[in-house]
Design a binder for this molecule. Structure first.
Ligand SMILES: NC(=O)c1ccc[n+]([C@@H]2O[C@H](COP(=O)([O-])OP(=O)(O)OC[C@H]3O[C@@H](n4cnc5c(N)ncnc54)[C@H](OP(=O)(O)O)[C@@H]3O)[C@@H](O)[C@H]2O)c1
Length: 248
């Protein structure tokens, strides 16, 4: 029986992905900043562990408690909206600490066991926002574009050891808590110089159209974990597919 460790399982994509693997008889180590086992169905194959991806000691403790794993899913992350000139550098750093450096730190921590075993998969949840420029999201987009670049390079480093690296690129998913985190990490959106752009960008987000469902992400992660022939980049969601076609 295989084991997956997933970060950011308290809600959204991480929670749905944990359910997806549990339903398919995997052992699941569902990690959260504040462990709440009740968000997932009870199972002997489920362990819920505390993990804040920005804290090295928290990473060390969680991986030690988890024991050997077969698949790591770096999903924890949050968004922020701002005209870049108005975004405090402390907020930019906070985004990178979680979205980028958290992903890198977890990956670095599991690679030795994967290399020694000659098997293992890392799936990094990035975003379709990396496929084309989006105003008012420069720092968030950059934090995820760095994840793409890092994942692609490490993939080439570890492929010969039997270790696979994948990116899952979801589109916009209004059903998760992501929108809430974006709203609580905004700055400068009330600046008069950017009023037109704010209306345009946020108006387009409110409009109906294709979206991504958490299940789309869970299925893409499942495919990356289980199908050695799956591509390095997997799109998740109808809108992500449309964006990729536009960007091509
Ligand atoms: N929803 C979208 O439109 C969208 C689109 C593309 C990509 N994504 C990406 O998909 C991933 C999941 O987002 P989601 O939509 O499912 O949003 P979500 O419901 O807000 O889930 C984000 C998860 O990340 C966790 N998290 C945040 N900071 C953390 C930290 N320092 N350490 C550990 N966990 C942390 C949150 O935990 P807490 O409960 O502790 O805050 C939560 O469990 C993120 O990486 C996001 O950037 C989302």
């Amino acid at each position: 029986m295989k084991t997956v460790l997933i970060t950011g399982c308290s809600s959204g994509f991480g929670l749905e992905t944990a359910r997806h693997f549990l339903d398919r008889d995997w052992r699941v180590v569902a990690t959260m900043r504040t462990p709440r086992a009740e968000v997932l169905p009870p199972s002997e194959r489920l362990r819920v562990l505390a993990l804040d991806v920005t804290q090295p000691e928290s990473i060390r403790r969680a991986l030690e408690a988890a024991g050997p794993i077969d698949v790591l899913v770096n999903n924890a992350g949050f968004g922020a909206g701002a005209p870049f000139e108005r975004m405090p550098m402390a907020s930019v750093r906070q985004l990178f600490e979680t979205n980028t450096f958290g992903t890198m730190a977890l990956t670095q921590a599991v690679l030795p066991q994967f290399r020694q075993r000659g098997a293992g998969v890392v799936v990094n949840v990035s975003s379709s926002i990396t496929l084309k420029p989006v105003p008012l999201a420069a720092a968030y987009r950059a934090s995820k574009a760095a994840v793409n670049a890092f994942t692609e390079s490490v993939a080439a480093e570890v492929e010969s050891f039997g270790v696979r690296m994948h990116l899952v690129l979801p589109g916009r998913a209004p059903d998760t808590r992501f929108g809430e985190t974006v709203r609580s990490h905004t700055s400068g959106l009330d600046h008069p110089a950017y009023a037109g752009l704010v209306r345009q960008v946020y108006g387009a987000m409110d409009a109906s159209g294709p979206i991504t469902h958490p299940q789309d992400v869970a299925e893409a992660v499942w495919r990356a974990a289980n199908d050695p022939a799956s591509p390095l980049r997997l799109l998740a969601g109808a809108d992500a597919e449309a964006w990729a076609a536009e960007a091509a």
